[in-house]
Design a protein around this ligand. Structure first.
Ligand SMILES: *Cc1c(COP(=O)(O)O)cnc(C)c1O
Length: 219
């Protein structure tokens, strides 16, 4: 696997306005540096501790995104540096992010994760819950958290029609919210296996891991 070549190939394939987040979970620092030297600056991780350790050691102009499920008691470890949290799924979690971001006098951008896949193992909330969070007084009073869009993961399947339907649903929902909430700018959908479909359906941000860094080895 040549990381620089993989990146170059993917960059050439995607429209300029689509942001590429390189998902570096489980990968060593040398792999991240290889991507960094090829010009990549946005990296995503799914474990807070792992991301924090990498942030401490790696160049400070890297923009770190948390793409995994977030436990409230761990928000404090990333509040100093995280740029975007992709998978927020409750007002309670937003409140904790607000509290921790305030300590650093920062504003942390967040996406709300909508459940579009059929698998029970995937996280996320429904459209009504998104609306109720955005309209809540608690959220409206927050000054250190900004919900800037939506994130979603399609079902893990070979059935491209199903993936397309799930992404299209998310995209329609995003466009509707965007017309009413002017903070909405980001639609995060698409991974190695389905980012082309996601872009066709209107994704503005894709999260690609194995197509850049190779298969992950979980021991
Ligand atoms: C691991 C992960 C990705 C990247 O997956 P690949 O299939 O390796 O591209 C994207 N999004 C989330 C939330 C992930 O956990």
């Amino acid at each position: 696997m040549n990381i620089a070549e993989n990146l170059k190939r993917i960059k050439a394939e995607i429209p300029e306005e689509v942001t590429l987040v390189a998902i570096s979970k489980t990968k060593p620092e040398k792999d991240i540096l290889a991507a960094y030297e090829a010009g990549q600056r946005i990296f995503g991780e799914n474990k807070i501790q792992e991301m924090t350790e990498k942030w401490e050691k790696l160049p400070k102009d890297i923009e770190w995104h948390m793409v995994g499920h977030v436990q409230r008691n761990k928000v404090k470890y990333m509040a100093e540096f995280v740029e975007l949290i992709h998978a927020v799924d409750s007002l309670k979690l937003l409140k904790e992010i607000e509290k921790q971001a305030a300590k650093y006098d920062r504003t942390i951008n967040c996406l709300l994760q909508i459940k579009i896949a059929e698998e029970d193992t995937k996280y996320g909330i429904n459209v009504d819950e998104v609306e109720s969070i955005l309209q809540s007084e608690a959220y409206r009073k927050m000054t250190h958290v900004k919900v800037v869009g939506l994130m979603g993961m399609a079902t893990f399947t070979e059935n491209e029609e199903q993936i397309k339907e799930e992404f299209s649903f998310l995209s329609t929902t995003f466009e509707d919210l965007k017309s009413r909430y002017n903070s909405f700018t980001i639609l995060s959908m698409g991974m190695s296996g389905d980012y082309k479909i996601a872009i066709d359906c209107g994704s503005t941000m894709i999260r690609v891991g194995s197509s850049i860094f190779g298969e992950r080895n979980y021991q």
